[in-house]
Structures are given as C-alpha cells and as structure tokens.
Design a protein around this ligand. Structure first.
Ligand code: ADP
Ligand code: MG
Ligand code: ZN
Length: 483
C-alpha cells in the first residue's frame, strides 16, 4: 500500500538578548575562553537563585505572536531533570504543561501549488540552554571529553510544530521561512552552522488513507537546511524499506552523520516521565500582562511575507526573485541598500541572486560578510552602463572584486580590461577575421546567418572579449559588403 510521509519539527532558537536567561552573564560566548562566561546562577551552585530576564519574555512573546499563537496569561516553569555533564544543575529550567504560546500556525507556499499550506504550531516556550561537551577526537572513539559551561543559561525559544509536513522539502521550506521570520523579528540570528538555530525532525510513515499516526523516529544533529532535508529523506527511505520487509519501526532517536549521509541509532526515545518534570520552586508562575502581548503584536516589524509583497510592488521584480531576496533578513537589507543606489532593480536582483549568492555559497561566506558591498556592486554596474566594460567582462571583474574586495574601477584600471572604444582598432580586427575566413564570408553572402555569429565570435576571441558584440555584429556585415 502507498505510504504517506508525516513530519513534525522541534526547533530551538537562541534568543539574542544581551544577558542570559536567569543571570547577568553575557550571551556573547562564542570564541570566549571556556568556562569564563559563567556565574554561580548559570553554574547552578548551591544557594544561587534564578531571576527571569524580562527581555527573554519579550523576545519569546514576539516569536509566539509572529507565529499566530495564543499567549497563555499564566504559564509555568518546570524543571526537566536529566543527568549529563553539560548540565551542571542536573536539570534544565523549561516549560512543560503550560507553555507561553499555543495553537499558532505559519503558512508556507509550495512550488507545485498556488495554495498556501498551513502548518500548525503546537507550542512556543522558553527554556535555558545547556553547556557544551568538547570530545577529544571522534565522538565514538573519544578517550575523554571536556566541558565548557559558557553556553549554560543562554535563553532559547522552542517551537514545536504539528505533524503537518508531508515531505522533507516542505520541512525545508518551512525552516527557511522560519529563520527569515526570527531574523526579521530581531530575536535570533538563525545561524544553523553555529547552532543558534537547531532543529530536531520527527518522521513516520502511515498508509495513505489512514488517520492514525505511525511510529515516529526523531533525528538530531543536522546543521543546515539541506542536511535536514537529506536526513529526512534518508529516514523515509529506511522506514519504507523496513515496512516493506514487514519489520516494525521502533521509536528511537537517531543521529544524522553528515559525512556518511546516514542516520545512526543513538538511543531509544526517552519519555516525558523519564525527565521527572516538576514545577520550578525557585520561580513564580509567569504572568503575562496581555496588554504587553498586544503591544508587542501591534509593534511587530515588517515580516518576510509583507516584505516580499512590497518588493514585488515597489521594485517590480518577479515573485520568484522577491521570495529569494527575502529569504534572509540580511539579503533583503543588501538588496534594499542596492536599490537606493541604483535604479534598475531587476538587474540588481539578477546579479545578487546569480553571481553574488553563488560566490557566497561556494566560499561559505554569509551575506553579512560579503566582500562585495552594495556600493561595490553598483559601482560595477555603472561601468557596464557607461560602456567601459561589457556584461561578460563584468563577470570576470565581479570574481576579482569578490576575491580582493577592490572596487571595480580599480580592477579595470590595474588590468586594463576595458572595452575597446577605438573603432579603427576594431575595424582592423574585423577585416583580418574576414580575410582569414573566406568560407564563412561566402556562407554569409549566401544567406547563412550562422556564419556571421562565427565571425563575430572570432573577433571576440582576438580581442579577448574586449569588443562590444552588438557593435561588431552590426559593423562586420558592412565591412563584408565593402570588401
Ligand atoms: P515527544 O513528547 O516524543 O517529544 P511530541 O508529541 O511532543 O513528542 O511531538 C514532538 C514532535 O514530533 C512534534 O513536532 C510532533 O508534531 C511530531 N510528531 C508527533 N508524532 C509524530 C508522528 N507519528 N510522526 C511524525 N511526527 C510526529
Ligand atoms: Mg520532544
Ligand atoms: Zn551566569
């Protein structure tokens, strides 16, 4: 029988507050000397008490309302108990039966259908992050591990979706949009590689007509959108194969091994009762002033969807372009900055979506760190407009700009790769090409247009691409007639 894929996601985002969730330690821990960014509270030393950072609440509410959640007026903090060396208190302060936000949704557009697909958001809650273990060598054969508590107590929002995805690609599309939303909200930088956005994916199969869910497997450790999709696809295939052989799926947690592109069983899935949840006695129930929630809702910044529509309207670019350009906050900002400097918004979009994104991806550089700024990109486009370089030459210049960070005009000056503007120089080359290719000239005279393209190509070759193709195209015809 045909199987249907069912996927639900659990996403953790690090909230970009200045201080940690329950103490005054900074959240700026990356690159710091291990265990220097801590205090008695986040180390869980006896006698220390947590105090909730109000900004954490604000950021979490912002996230929840942007995902159309209802805000619980009173929610609770719970202790989630587990023993692992990255957790000095041996419990994590989290939320359990009454989370901050519930019953939300987010809409995604799927390429194959015009209709929007609504994904239910089960809950949004806040919790503190744990520390990090650093394993000596490979995790499986590691002889010892070190622990760094700098990340302990960093505020997180956990977003749990309903099992509403029907393919790995849908899950990927959702994640891209969610990342852009939290970036636009200013609550998280969405960097999956650095772990400020993490995703656990749950997947099961069921008979296409069934209304009950199959046994799910949870996958962890994917650090890119592509990895999430790949891991889910691997898991779908693995489960299909097992079911076809009549083997039952066991509920478990599996680890995605990026280098081998496989999921590996980590442990049987723990149940809620394994965590011995109980209300956090050191914190009062969390009362949210609904006025504050309303205020936050009213003052939400422009979100990716609205921005995309504005891009289509204001800059007259296709929906496809607008979708890509708003897929991250920084990319949208780059584009808008560029449009303030240059009026042909479609040309800008082409260069950004084409060359720029390609080079950034190839070099694993984030747009924020792009060696080509909007000013530099526009500087190059102006050289094309002025006829100083051709579009083709600009591609080479773009590459040099990317590698060196130099301005286009400087690159042109240093290398002398301008277009040939001296007509006599071009006439000379054309005449030479005509003389060297009598067959093609004859073909052209017999009405074969193709021959002309060949001759133009030869001129471009002789001039190393520095001739203006349209000019050569028009002129070489006249020169043939003259000869
Ligand atoms: P747990 O308590 O095991 O973490 P939850 O019921 O809280 O399980 O669900 C966790 C995530 O798994 C949610 O995103 C949910 O949508 C998803 N999920 C639940 N059941 C299934 C299933 N049978 N197949 C796929 N995903 C599922
Ligand atoms: Mg879970
Ligand atoms: Zn601290």
């Amino acid at each position: 029988m045909k199987k249907e894929v069912v996927i639900g996601l659990e996403i953790h985002i690090q909230l970009m507050t200045k201080a940690k969730m329950f103490c005054h330690c900074s959240t700026d821990y990356i690159g710091k000397e291990p265990n220097t960014n801590t205090c008695p509270v986040c180390l869980g030393l006896p006698g220390s008490l947590p105090v909730l950072n109000k900004k954490v609440l604000e950021f979490a509410i912002r996230t929840a309302v942007a995902l159309n959640c209802e805000i619980n007026q009173v929610s609770k903090f719970h202790r989630k108990n587990y023993f692992y060396p990255d957790l000095p208190k041996a419990y994590q302060i989290s939320q359990y039966d009454v989370p901050l936000g519930i019953k939300g949704y987010m809409e995604i557009s799927l390429p194959e259908s015009k209709e929007k697909h609504r994904i239910g958001i089960t809950r949004v809650h806040t919790e503190e992050d744990a520390g990090k273990l650093v394993h000596k060598g490979d995790i499986a054969s590691s002889s010892y591990s070190l622990v760094d508590y700098n990340r302990c107590g960093i505020p997180l929002a956990e977003i749990v979706t309903e099992p509403d995805f029907r393919s790995p690609e849908e899950a990927r599309i959702f994640l891209v949009k969610l990342r852009s939303i939290v970036q636009h909200l200013g609550v998280c930088d969405g960097n999956m590689e650095e772990g400020s956005m993490r995703c656990d994916a749950n997947v099961s199969l069921r008979d296409a007509k069934s209304s009950t869910l199959g046994t799910k497997v949870e996958i962890k450790n994917m650090n890119s959108f592509k990895a999430v999709k790949k891991a889910l696809q691997f898991e779908v295939d693995r489960q299909k194969k097992l079911l076809a052989e009549g083997i039952e799926i066991i509920q478990e947690t599996r680890h995605w091994d990026e280098s081998k592109s496989v999921t590996i069983s980590m442990r049987s899935k723990e149940e809620a009762h394994d965590y011995r949840y109980f209300p956090e006695p050191d914190l009062l129930p969390l009362k949210v002033d609904l006025k504050m929630a309303d205020e936050i809702r009213r003052n939400l910044p422009e979100l990716p969807e609205a921005r995309r529509e504005r891009f289509i309207k204001n800059y007259q670019i296709p929906e496809y372009d607008a979708e890509i350009l708003t897929s991250s906050k920084a990319l949208g900002d780059f584009y808008e900055k560029s449009t303030s400097l240059y009026s042909n918004s479609k040309v800008l979009s082409n260069w950004i979506m084409g060359e720029l994104i390609r080079y950034l991806n190839e070099n694993k550089i984030e747009i924020e760190d792009s060696p080509i700024s909007p000013e530099k990109l526009v500087g190059m486009l102006k050289l094309i407009d002025e006829g100083i370089v051709s579009g083709k030459m600009a591609k080479g210049i773009f590459e040099k700009m990317f590698k060196t960070g130099k301005d286009a005009s400087k690159i042109v000056k240093e290398s002398g790769i301008t277009q040939i503007t001296d007509k006599n120089e071009l006439f000379e080359v054309m005449d030479r090409v005509i003389k060297e290719n009598p067959r093609s000239v004859e073909d052209f005279n017999e009405g074969k247009e193709k021959a002309l393209h060949y001759l133009v190509g030869q001129v471009m070759r002789y001039t190393k691409g520095r001739a203006k193709p349209d000019f050569v195209f028009d002129t070489i015809k006249q020169r043939i007639k003259k000869i």
